[in-house]
Ligand binder design. Structure first.
Ligand code: ACO
Ligand code: ZN
Length: 281
């Protein structure tokens, strides 16, 4: 991941402490000016307040009464929980989360207007509390049918399937809303890889079940994946032909099996029966 750093603006904060981890940062994040001279920041893993010195954090931990993110727990399965935080109701938390996330997100501009967003924070829970693994943000009202604005898995937790879990979760919310969704652009390299992986897996499974006899529109209705994203995914798998001015799916069973073998792990599943949620109004 070192190559990411070459393209980055001057990095201010080099490492952060968060829960049991010390994490090297990837990119610049516009912390308030009084933090300009800091190489390291100490985050409270629950309220995400950040401090310049370890002793400050230790004092904070004695009086901070949070043991999980603020907001509503909308999903729990085994040791995994998802919390929904309204940026308007928990402004400081939303801002802290954005500062933290920007340390690992390159292309994204930081939104100070956290009011307009919901934050979905995924945690691994044990007897000490719920520890943040990653999150995604979502506009309360998106005109472009975005169902996800920014996504992050914290580096110590990456490549374990949490990214695809977060992506799957964003589509489960879209299904409950009865809408199709797509991630905000641009996607980072890792973002594109993760989305491509998710779309490929989901679409191949359905094509296999339906022996290829299904339209892009039907796929979109079943998955809440936007038709354009379905088309580009199937085109990259060479499962699309253009006939009489129309894109049609041509899924030869042998080709499907070959792709399915290459498609990798399914990852962590979202158990929809454990999602208790109604769309934002
Ligand atoms: N090298 C190669 N492939 C990778 C890597 C990597 N370092 N990381 C992820 N992938 C690919 C793999 O195909 C992987 O599937 P596989 O393990 O089955 O092969 C797939 O992406 C997803 O892997 P997950 O473990 O589910 O994803 P992870 O928890 O690592 O999270 C994420 C992916 C969120 C993109 C993470 O890399 C991250 O937080 N990156 C920094 C922030 C970022 O770039 N976010 C996306 C910006 S775009 C947007 O926000 C709309
Ligand atoms: Zn705290």
């Amino acid at each position: 991941l070192r190559e990411h750093e070459e393209f980055t603006k001057v990095k201010n904060i080099a490492t952060i402490e968060l829960g049991r981890y010390e994490i090297e940062t990837w990119y610049f994040s516009p912390f308030p000016p009084e933090y300009n001279d800091c190489l390291q920041l100490y985050f409270c893993e629950f309220c995400l307040n950040f401090m310049k010195r370890k002793e400050q954090l230790q004092r904070h931990m004695k009086k901070c009464d949070l043991k999980h993110p603020p907001g509503d727990e909308i999903y729990r399965s085994g040791t995994l929980s998802m919390f929904e935080i309204d940026g308007k109701k928990n402004k400081v938390y939303g801002q802290n989360l954005c500062y933290l996330a920007k340390l690992f997100l390159d292309h994204k501009t930081l939104y100070y207007d956290v009011d307009l967003f919901l934050f979905y924070v995924l945690c691994e829970c044990d007897d000490r509390g719920c520890h943040m693994v990653g999150y995604f943000s979502k506009e309360k009202h998106s005109e472009e049918s975005y169902n996800l604005a920014c996504i992050l898995t914290l580096p110590p937790y990456q490549r374990k399937g949490y990214g695809k879990f977060l992506i799957a979760f964003s589509y489960e919310l879209s299904k409950k809303e009865g809408k199709v969704g797509t991630p905000e652009r641009p996607l980072s390299d890792l973002g594109l890889l993760s989305y491509r992986g998710y779309w490929t897996r989901v679409l191949l499974d359905i094509l296999k079940r339906h022996k290829g006899n299904i339209s892009i529109k039907e796929l979109s209705d079943m998955t809440a994946i936007k038709a354009e994203d379905i088309l580009t995914t199937l085109q990259s798998l060479e499962l699309i032909q253009y006939r009489k001015g129309q894109h049609v799916i041509c899924a030869d069973p042998k080709v499907l099996d070959r792709h399915l073998k290459a498609a990798g792990r399914g990852g962590l599943e979202v158990d929809v029966s454990k999602l208790i949620w109604t769309p934002y109004k």
